[in-house]
Ligand binder design. Structure first.
Ligand code: BTN
Length: 242
């Protein structure tokens, strides 16, 4: 599915922005893969930037045509998160998904996902899935959560192109399963970081304890509060304190 349409860039501001610029020219197609050795202005979630040393990590954007309602948009995030977990498990690691879009190993962030959807009415016609996966970088700036890489975890270098091909393979399999009606709910919940564990959060400048219970189809996080009420939070509304 991702084998025949690959644009390899040496340097670009952001692979996601590059794909978005192709959309304006009407050439976006499912299966398009764009990779870069370096991004001068990589985009992260919540308006942050994504840092990556030249040639050391995977910087990838892929295009799919989900044709699902915007109300189910989080299904795409689940598919992508689980594909990255498949890859990391295959490489011998124990990944967890930190809602909404981070992949952690030992509480450290190894990958981030940035999904940008293009709509026609309520229908998602294109999803630009941006993935940053740290592979051979050994030093990172101070982030929260702390960043890590395959090399830091496995004590050996990996070939970026090989890891990229393996990831695209896992993603193709997950997408096919999804389209044949397979539900990822259980698998997703069992990989969800801090699920069913008392943890500290912050929302509206208030710190509180709660227990993650699940995620809605549209992507809201369900947290059970003291007193057992369950409150749902949008992406920007709640922060983990760990
Ligand atoms: C995050 O903040 O965790 C999301 C990071 C997503 C980074 C990737 S790198 C490839 C693609 N192009 C971008 O500009 N961002 C995504």
């Amino acid at each position: 599915m991702f084998a025949n349409n690959h644009i390899k860039l040496d340097s670009i501001d952001s692979t996601n922005s590059y794909v978005l610029s192709l959309q304006k020219r009407g050439v976006l197609k499912e299966g398009l893969v764009v990779t870069a050795n370096y991004q001068s202005g990589g985009n992260g979630q919540r308006g942050k930037t994504w840092e990556s040393n030249i040639n050391e990590n995977l910087l990838l954007s892929v295009v799919i045509e989900p044709m699902i309602s915007i109300s189910k948009q989080f299904e795409i995030s689940k598919i992508v998160s689980l594909s990255i977990c498949d890859l990391l498990t295959f490489l011998g690691l124990n990944p967890e998904i930190k809602w909404p879009n981070d992949i952690l190993v030992s509480k450290q962030k190894i990958a981030g996902i940035l999904i940008q959807n293009k709509l026609k009415g309520n229908l998602i016609i294109h999803s630009i899935i941006g993935i940053g996966l740290n592979i051979n970088q050994m030093h990172f700036e101070e982030y929260s959560p702390k960043a890590t890489s395959l090399q830091l975890l496995l004590n050996k270098k990996s070939e970026v192109d090989k890891v990229q091909d393996e990831l695209l393979q896992f993603l193709s399999v997950r997408l096919k399963q999804f389209r044949s009606g397979y539900s990822y709910e259980e698998e997703y919940l069992s990989s969800l970081f801090l699920k069913d564990k008392p943890a500290a959060f912050e929302s509206d400048n208030q710190k509180f304890m709660g227990i993650i219970k699940g995620v809605s189809q549209s992507g809201k996080l369900f947290i059970q509060l003291e007193g057992d009420s369950i409150v749902s939070y949008e992406n920007q509304e709640v922060k983990y304190l760990f």
